[in-house]
Unconditional design. Structure first.
Length: 210
């Protein structure tokens, strides 16, 4: 994917890492586990792949095309196909000039906050989002040097398949329509400044503790 974008567009202006996995509380999946006795290795590994490894590796692949400061080209491996199969070569990709800072948003969750954890449970989901928050913080320190801002965002409980198994306990005014959540998170991203990169914020723009 990165190779295709590099060849055809030479830029990425915003990246939203929104894929996530939670589970249904034991009906068909082990997660989110209410007890340490319910933790299963396969489910933990799957959760980490989707919630942490995927966003981190996608950011690694696309962040070179998000540079807005310093050098005006980046070296990338480009994969081309011909009758002989695939061929990989390193080429210089020119970057656009006079661009505003680029933005990466990692969809996290408040339950990933270590200092805010007062209830326990939800082991694999909590630790995966805590890891994503740490990745966001660490990448923020590095990527701001190339003019890319990155934040972790808590969307609130939104009416999606991920939250459906747990909506019965959510007050109606706290279950957000998808369009509302999207508008709120985009607003948070649009109001970002350099001081926000690497931070953790909710759907209303409020800073959350790590």
């Amino acid at each position: 994917m990165a190779s295709n974008i590099a060849q055809n567009y030479q830029r990425v202006d915003a990246l939203f890492n929104v894929a996530g996995i939670l589970g249904d509380g034991g009906k068909t999946t082990p997660g989110p586990e209410r007890s340490i006795a319910n933790i299963e290795r396969d489910w933990m590994e799957k959760t980490l792949v989707v919630n942490v490894i995927g966003p981190t590796m996608l950011t690694k692949a696309l962040s070179p095309l998000m540079r807005t400061t310093g050098r005006r080209s980046v070296k990338m491996n480009i994969i081309s196909e011909d009758d002989g199969g695939e061929e990989s070569k390193t080429v210089d990709i020119p970057l656009p000039t006079d661009r505003p800072p680029t933005v990466i948003a990692n969809l996290s969750a408040r339950v990933g906050s270590i200092s805010d954890n007062q209830l326990g449970g939800w082991y694999t989901y909590r630790l995966s989002k805590a890891a994503l928050n740490q990745a966001t913080r660490t990448m923020g320190l590095e990527l701001k040097r190339q003019g890319t801002w990155i934040v972790a965002l808590h969307p609130g409980t939104t009416n999606t398949d991920l939250s459906k198994p747990f909506q019965a306990n959510v007050k109606s005014n706290r279950l957000f329509p998808v369009d509302f959540t999207v508008d709120q998170l985009l607003s948070v991203c649009e109001s970002m400044g350099d001081q926000n990169t690497g931070g953790f914020y909710d759907w209303a723009g409020k800073a959350l503790p790590f």
